[in-house]
Design a binder for this molecule. Structure first.
Ligand code: SF4
Length: 383
């Protein structure tokens, strides 16, 4: 199945392209205070090492802007070129300073100018005054971003919408979309278009529907801004991974999404592993061998879990077969047909031995379970 990606403009974040013909990039965020320069450098190097392509850091004060610059200097000295994104809330001044040192600045549409004060009532005049104030601040910020030639992510988060937006549009997709629209109108006024948008929520359905709604609205207007996807605050463990895979995966199949972040309350490096798995499972990017295996049942006459684990370990140790699809199947009943699309298949027989296929062609028959891994690796090396 070919995924038809929504056509977006390409934005350059340091050396990484987002949108347009660029591949869907993987990003993460450090989880230590930015003032700890050495620890951030260490964490960012580890992230870059395991495949992170863009990394974000929280910048909460003007002091932090200097620490961010220092982190960038050390990384560059170490020849680590991963783009650094400054994550700024509440302060247009800090965001403006970050434009000088970061490769991109992420702002939150809901708190760039509006104060988060809980539920309030707003007359039409007050709503319009809030919008005007936000747009004036944004125009100064976008003008500087344009002069500095730096891209901006405008993040719209369900949990931090401006109170006037929630008052007028309630907790709807429209509230998040209108929040983005105010920002994009301000950008249009100063002819700034180097923007990536994100619409995030911890609720998967909400995150999916708002992204679909916002993209359909943008398509009507002719705005082709790239989209950063993520299920925010998804938690940790299997359920967090499932939530991210569900939300991000559905939208990727819709053709929506130009860069992704899997948010986990864990070591950030774990986010990269999950992001890679999502992109590979959706058939978008390939990072490792594609192993398929049946769950096994009463027809399986060998230890499929042990064979699978051994093949996985051996392939990873030998660093081979990266572009291959390899199937491990319990029997020929469903196994052969399912394995037909794989480059190689290991299939069990009723007598407890296994056979190795290349496509539909049987290469080796009746191999004892103990010898299968060794024999299979030999075939892979000669393939
Ligand atoms: S492939 Fe064979 S062994 Fe595996 S689950 Fe299907 S029927 Fe059972």
């Amino acid at each position: 199945m070919m995924i038809r990606r929504r056509k977006t403009r390409e934005i350059s974040i340091g050396s990484v392209g987002v949108g347009g013909a660029s591949g869907i990039s993987i990003q993460s965020m450090t989880n230590i205070p930015t003032r700890d320069v050495a620890a951030n450098v260490r964490q960012i190097s580890e992230l870059a090492e395991c495949g992170c392509e863009i990394v974000r850091l929280a910048v909460t004060s003007l002091e932090d802007v200097k620490f961010l610059a220092a982190i960038g200097d050390v990384l560059r000295a170490q020849k680590i070129k991963i783009p650094l994104v400054a994550d700024v809330h509440f302060s247009p001044i800090i965001a403006m300073h970050c434009l000088k040192v970061a490769d991109k600045v992420r702002i939150n549409a809901g708190n760039f100018s509006d104060k988060i004060l809980g539920s309030q009532r707003f007359s039409d005049e007050e709503f319009t005054a809030g919008k005007r104030k936000l747009q004036e601040k944004l125009k100064s910020f976008f003008t500087l971003a344009k002069n500095e030639n730096k891209p901006v992510r405008v993040g719209i988060n369900y949990g931090s919408l401006a109170p006037r937006m929630v008052y007028k549009f309630e907790n709807s997709d429209a509230a998040m979309w209108e929040s983005a629209k105010e920002c994009l109108e301000a950008a249009d006024e100063v002819q700034f278009d180097s923007i990536v948008l994100s619409f995030k929520a911890s609720d998967v359905q909400k995150m999916v529907t708002v992204n679909r709604f916002a993209c359909s609205q943008m398509d009507k207007i002719g705005w082709n801004y790239p989209i950063h996807l993520g299920v925010t605050e998804s938690g940790s463990g299997d359920y967090a991974r499932t939530k991210s895979a569900a939300g991000i995966g559905v939208l990727l199949f819709d053709g929506i999404g130009d860069t992704i972040r899997v948010s986990l309350a864990e070591d950030p490096a774990k986010e990269i592993e999950v992001a890679k798995n999502i992109l590979q499972a959706c058939g978008i990017r390939r990072f490792s061998v594609e192993l398929i295996a049946c769950p096994s049942c009463g027809r399986t006459s060998f230890n499929i879990q042990a064979v699978l684990a051994e093949i996985k370990r051996a392939i990873s140790e030998e660093n081979t077969g990266k572009n291959l699809k390899i199937a491990v199947m319990g029997c020929v009943v469903n196994g052969l047909r399912e394995a037909g699309n794989a480059d190689f298949a290991i299939v069990g027989s009723s007598n407890g031995t296994l056979s190795i296929y290349q496509g539909n062609h049987c290469l080796l028959r009746n191999i004892p379970e103990m010898e299968i891994c060794e024999k299979f690796l030999k075939i892979l090396k000669n393939a």
